[in-house]
Design a protein around this ligand. Structure first.
Ligand code: IVH
Length: 794
């Protein structure tokens, strides 16, 4: 950078003006806020160092840009000012005073000028929307304007009238005759999501972020369009006031504004001292992602108006307030490459490899591009300057391409035709966003992901078998499926490490350290061994069946009880279980139809994997599985919910239905169209067999489920039970709930009316009393056996 200061200043001014125009007038920002702030600071510093080069029309002296055509101009009687920004200084020392020295200086300047220690500040979220001023005369909304350049804005009254959050008439009666209320128009996150979902569905351009949504909607020439895009408003200050009194402090004024009907953020408060201010900053920072609107920092305002007057203004900003900004969530960097990652189910996800860049305190080298459609939407090309965003815990993403800075000759990107790992074809299913590698377990990438998932903590929980070892095992072809893990010995692992070291050209540690080095291998083999004993739910989850998360795996285990039942239950019957839709049901059934998958499952069992909690199917299946419900899942024309119920009422099994035939159906009062539909359906061999198989599976399941007792509907109906002592497998509340579900009354103390006492560890006087009364006593094992038998087991 050999530019003269004058050249550099001119360049910065030009770039800032352009950025202002794009941001404020076109609502189409060209650079991230952090970049804008950096340029502004550089310009401010240069102008301070070279006062002779200062100019009244520098972007450092104006706020935003001039009003664009289309709306009438409004001159603000009291200018709408901006705020100075304070940032964290990452390079400074560790103390808050050093890291936040801009905030510390701000607070100290006020203390010094006012000659008061620790004055009170109003503390508020810095809403990320568009500043507006609303004028009320005699309590009626008469005009609303954007900030524009701070002196002149645009008259957007018609559009503001459509914003429900803005009162058209004030509440109460103690308002001044003329009152200007200032605040931020924002688009709430949920309204932003709703709008974008709608836009995508209707082929319209989605909004880049809620701020653009607010700004763009407000400057629509047609108020009807503004109304459709729901906007909100929060008040945070006042402008012109005539004929009336306001409180002496800003915080009391905000409270008044709320009384008069203005929304004021629920996060506003007061604080004092640097610690108080930073405490607020951190508290809001921690809540940020959960707030209903976007914020980019907090604002500290000296609370008493007397003090504010004393502090005054400098050029465009008050000296009594400051915006304390969060570290930028967006940064600009270069897109070095677009790589394809292959997931467990073969999904091929494009991801951006970036020139490393610091975003909100973290170095980002990769960012997700979601899918091929997204790359096309962004038109991201290798070599492009891109904007990456990182918010909260989410994976960083590429949000925009800076097309102005595209290198010459950069060509559009296309999804490769084949998997970069195994070379199999990448295919895209109808209506799906994702491409998938068709290689299945041939593909090393899918094999690795499948093994990592299988071993993960919430699945088989194999301690110590991390990504590194899985990579080596797969690359050296030592493990093809999860079942192979159970064949590995200590020597195999040592061998694996030696070969991996050789391949990478590192000195084998096994050679260096002799026997000691085998300890990790021993631990690994022990961990694998320990994982052999597991639960049905963990096992099902670990298999990595598409769409089967942890909770679906648990539900399957609870309802069906055993692996054998899960394996043989066809999709329509699975679909009768709660929370299992057609897609999930099909995925489970398809998984267990594949020879390869069945071989892996069998091998796992042969190699000693045991499911310790297998039980009979839940007794509650009776509430869900019936022939009518099953019939409804099949496409039988003319047979709806009622039709299915009446068919199943007369012909409760597949066999009875088929044997009866059409003449008996209509004799039973089933409508002509339903009879015709049924006949056509049963004439289709595939359909008929599917229904027959499903009905048989359903009956088989119900037969395996425990019978409710003969005499009463529920096995513990009319019985009074008492729980005492501590249980190790259930909490007291769980035990109580399950017993009650089986009809029991669970009482607190033992009497002669008690039918049964469940005594856990360290049972005391209740046990003694029950013994003396000759009451039946169960221990925990008996309780669990009973619960399991009646479908209330774990
Ligand atoms: S007070 C004289 N309070 O930030 C002070 N501004 O950078 C006038 N903003 O133009 C502004 N939240 O668009 C104030 N709680 C808040 C704010 C806030 C967001 C925006 C507003 C303003 C800009 C200044």
């Amino acid at each position: 950078m050999t530019d003269s200061p004058a050249d550099r200043i001119a360049d910065l001014r030009r770039r800032l003006e352009e950025a202002n125009h794009r941001y404020y007038v076109l609502d189409d920002p060209s650079i991230p806020d952090a970049e804008y702030d950096r340029l502004m600071r550089e310009l401010q510093a240069l102008e301070t160092a070279h006062p002779e080069l200062a100019s009244d029309d520098s972007p450092t002296r104006t706020v935003g840009a001039r009003a664009s055509g289309g709306f009438a101009e409004v001159t603000h009687t009291i200018p709408m000012l901006s705020l100075d920004n304070a940032f964290e200084d990452a390079e400074a020392g560790d103390s808050d005073r050093e890291r936040f020295h801009e905030v510390a200086d701000f607070e100290r300047r006020i203390e010094e000028k006012l000659g008061r220690k620790q004055p009170v500040f109003s503390v508020e979220p810095k809403l990320d929307g568009l500043a507006i001023s609303l004028r009320y005369e005699d309590g009626h909304f008469v005009r609303g304007a954007t900030r524009g350049d701070g002196t002149t804005g645009e008259d957007v009254t018609a559009n503001l009238r459509t914003v429900a959050a803005i009162p058209l008439k004030l509440r109460g009666s103690d308002w001044p005759k003329v009152l200007e209320v200032r605040g931020e128009v924002v688009m709430l996150r949920r309204d932003f999501d709703t709008f974008n979902a709608w836009a995508l569905e209707h082929g319209e351009k989605p909004l880049a972020n809620p701020r653009n949504g607010a700004a763009g909607s407000l400057r629509q020439l047609d108020p009807a369009v503004t109304k459709r895009r729901k906007l909100s408003f929060f008040a945070y200050s006042i402008g012109d006031v005539q004929d009336g009194e306001l409180p002496d402090t800003h915080s009391a004024t905000l409270a008044k504004l709320r009384e008069w009907g203005f929304p004021v953020s629920h996060e506003v408060g007061t604080a004092k001292g640097l610690d108080g201010l930073l405490d607020y900053f951190r508290r809001i920072g921690a809540k940020r992602d959960g707030l209903p609107y976007d914020i980019d920092g907090v604002v500290y305002k000296l609370d008493d108006y007397e003090g504010q007057r004393e502090m005054g203004f400098v050029s465009r900003a008050p000296r009594w307030a400051i915006a304390h900004k969060f570290p930028a969530q967006e940064q600009m960097t270069t897109l070095l490459d677009i790589e394809i990652q292959i997931g467990r189910t073969g999904a091929a996800t494009p991801r951006a490899r970036l020139e490393p860049v610091q975003v909100a305190g973290v170095t980002v080298t990769y960012a997700t591009l979601h899918n091929a459609d997204q790359v096309a939407r962004l038109d991201a090309r290798i070599g492009d300057t891109v904007i990456v965003r990182r918010a909260g815990d989410v994976i960083p993403e590429v949000v925009r391409v800076v097309e102005e800075q595209r290198p010459e000759g950069a060509s559009p990107w296309h999804m490769p035709k084949s998997c970069p790992v195994c070379g199999s074809e990448l295919v895209r299913e109808e209506g799906e966003a994702a491409y998938r590698c068709s290689g299945g377990l041939i593909c090393a990438a899918q094999r690795k992901e499948a093994l990592i998932h299988f071993a993960s903590r919430r699945a088989m929980d194999i301690d110590g078998l991390g990504e590194r070892y899985v990579d080596a095992l797969v690359e050296l072809d030592m493990v093809k499926t999860p079942a192979d893990l159970y064949t590995l010995s200590v020597d195999d692992f040592i061998d694996m490490k030696r070969r991996a070291d050789e391949r990478d050209g590192t000195t084998p540690e096994t050679v260096k350290q002799g026997k000691v080095a085998s300890k990790w291998a021993q631990n690994l083999v022990e961990a694998i061994d320990a994982s052999r004993s597991t639960t049905l739910a963990r096992f099902l989850f670990g298999l990595g069946i598409m769409h089967i998360g942890e909770s679906t795996a648990k539900a399957l285990a609870q309802w069906l009880g055993s692996l054998a039942q899960v394996r043989r239950t066809p999709a329509p019957v699975l679909q009768l279980l709660p929370d299992i839709g057609p897609e999930v049901a099909a995925s489970i059934a398809t998984f267990f139809e594949q020879e390869g998958n069945l071989a892996v499952v069998d091998a796992l069992l042969e190699r000693g994997v045991t499911l310790t909690d297998e039980a009979s199917p839940s007794a509650r299946l009776r509430e869900r599985l019936d022939f009518a419900a099953l019939l409804r899942l099949f496409p039988i024309s003319g047979v709806g919910e009622k039709g299915a119920a009446s068919i199943a009422g007369y012909f409760p099994t597949f066999e009875k239905l088929v044997q009866a035939g059409a003449s008996h159906w209509s004799a039973a009062g089933i409508s002509k169209t339903a009879c015709a539909g049924l006949e056509a359906f049963l004439a289709d061999k595939t359909q008929r067999q599917a229904l027959q198989a499903s009905e048989a599976a359903m009956r088989r399941l119900l037969e395996a489920a425990p019978q409710p007792s003969q005499t009463s509907a529920l096995p513990l109906e009319g019985k009074t039970l008492v729980l005492t002592g501590s249980l190790s497998t259930l909490t007291r509340d769980e035990a109580k709930a399950r017993l009650e579900a089986l009809g029991a009354k669970v009482a607190g103390s033992v009497s002669k009316n008690t039918d049964m006492l469940v005594a856990g560890e360290a049972a005391g006087s209740k046990l003694a009393k029950a013994q003396s009364l000759g009451i039946t006593i169960w221990d925990e094992a008996q309780l669990n056996a009973f619960l399991a038998e009646h479908g209330e087991g774990q």
